[in-house]
Ligand binder design. Structure first.
Ligand SMILES: *Cc1c(COP(=O)(O)O)cnc(C)c1O
Length: 368
């Protein structure tokens, strides 16, 4: 290890999580493992290969480049790109056997000059419907009708028709139900037009785990495979976080009452206290917003003190410590545990914002 700060990713946890999720799904439902954003920070290729071993049927990423990296890494499973690609890249998608997301006829019109008409391989598409998230997707019957001739053309294969929920992790399910109804209405449009998508799908992790009856033909599982899910709302399922983050104290000092540390004298010792320096900072993705968070030293919670620097931060220690003593930033030590969920609360966000924020400078080490 070249640096004291290292993220440990348990491929075993990812494998177990995928198998447990799979067991909860109705028979015949396909599992698409979502490994966008470097596998939610866990490593795209490693996460994809592990999901495949654990029985994932398909993969999804956000962007074309992410899909190409998986192909270059030898991943053979079908891959869906969740964000519409540049129409000029249509042949790249076909050549690498990637499935793309389309939201309207305009994309096809802009793509037309770039398609090599000699190519016998079909363009595999998933049509995205916006049923309430307001992000991407077609909304109206007119938009659908305009798209139909393209979807029925010989060079296109419609592998999917899908939508994404806005409130799947919320206790109140009224908006979710409304989205489901809207999606079922749109599904009927597609069937009435003679476009038979091979897979209708709407559920991400939270919806798939809470309401397996919404699984339809396929579920798209990202967060849950890494152990992030609304535990309170999902009974009898124990998924494990796959990532932990470890470091070591590089210096330890004893402060006298009234001594200041950190940029802008951001912390002043209230009494005689021990402070240690940990080699992680905001350039590693450990945001200044985590300034009031804690980490584990000698089995105790140690609060961050002072402003987080670019490459280091300081913590108030439970007592005298030595340089080299282990610090756990995500994970457990003794009886204490710090989860990404806890850390995300400082950002008013979700666990995956913590794991995806960990920058490339933090080495990922894999355990089986
Ligand atoms: C990211 C994403 C997912 C995965 O969602 P999780 O909640 O992480 O399981 C599924 N579908 C779409 C369209 C996404 O963008």
């Amino acid at each position: 290890m070249r640096r004291d700060t290292v993220a440990i990713v348990s491929l075993g946890a990812i494998r177990d999580n995928v198998s447990k999720i799979r067991k909860r799904l109705p028979e015949g439902v396909k599992l698409m493992a979502v490994v966008k954003a470097n596998g939610y920070g866990h490593g795209a290729l490693e996460s994809a290969a592990t999901a495949e071993q654990a029985g994932a049927d398909r993969l999804a990423v956000a962007y074309l480049d992410e899909a190409l990296k998986l192909r270059a890494g030898g991943i053979r499973l079908p891959i869906l790109i969740l964000t519409p690609i540049d129409p000029a890249e249509v042949m790249t998608a076909i050549e690498h056997d990637l499935m793309i997301t389309v939201t309207g006829a305009d994309w096809f019109r802009r793509m037309a000059p770039f398609r090599n008409a000699e190519c016998s391989r079909k363009l595999k598409v998933h049509v995205k419907a916006d049923t309430g998230l307001g992000r991407i997707g077609l909304r109206t019957g007119e938009e659908w009708e305009e798209l139909v001739p393209w979807l029925l053309s010989k060079f296109v294969e419609v592998d999917g028709f899908y939508t994404h929920f806005a409130t799947a992790a919320r206790e109140d399910t009224r908006f979710l139900k409304r989205q489901v109804d809207t999606f079922l209405r749109m599904k009927a449009w597609s069937q009435a037009s003679g476009v038979r998508a091979a897979h209708y799908h709407c559920a991400g992790s939270a919806a798939a785990l809470r309401f397996p009856e919404l699984a339809m033909d396929m579920v798209r599982i990202g967060a849950a495979m890494f152990g992030f899910y609304p535990e309170r709302l999902v009974k009898d399922l124990h998924l494990r976080p796959a990532l932990s983050l470890h470091s070591r104290l590089i210096e330890v000092k004893k402060l006298r009452k009234g001594e200041c540390i950190g940029y802008d004298n951001s912390y002043e010792a209230k009494e005689e206290e021990w402070v240690g320096t940990v080699p992680i900072g905001y350039a590693d993705g450990w945001s200044q917003s985590l300034r009031c968070s804690e980490m584990l030293v000698k089995g105790h919670r140690a609060p961050v003190v002072g402003k987080i620097c670019m490459d280091q931060l300081m913590v108030r220690l439970p007592g005298p410590c030595e340089p080299g003593d282990e610090v756990v930033l995500i994970g457990s030590q003794g009886d204490e545990v710090i989860t990404c969920t806890e850390l995300a609360s400082y950002l008013d966000s979700v666990s995956q914002e913590i794991s995806t924020s960990l920058s490339e400078r933090i080495e990922r080490v894999y355990t089986v």
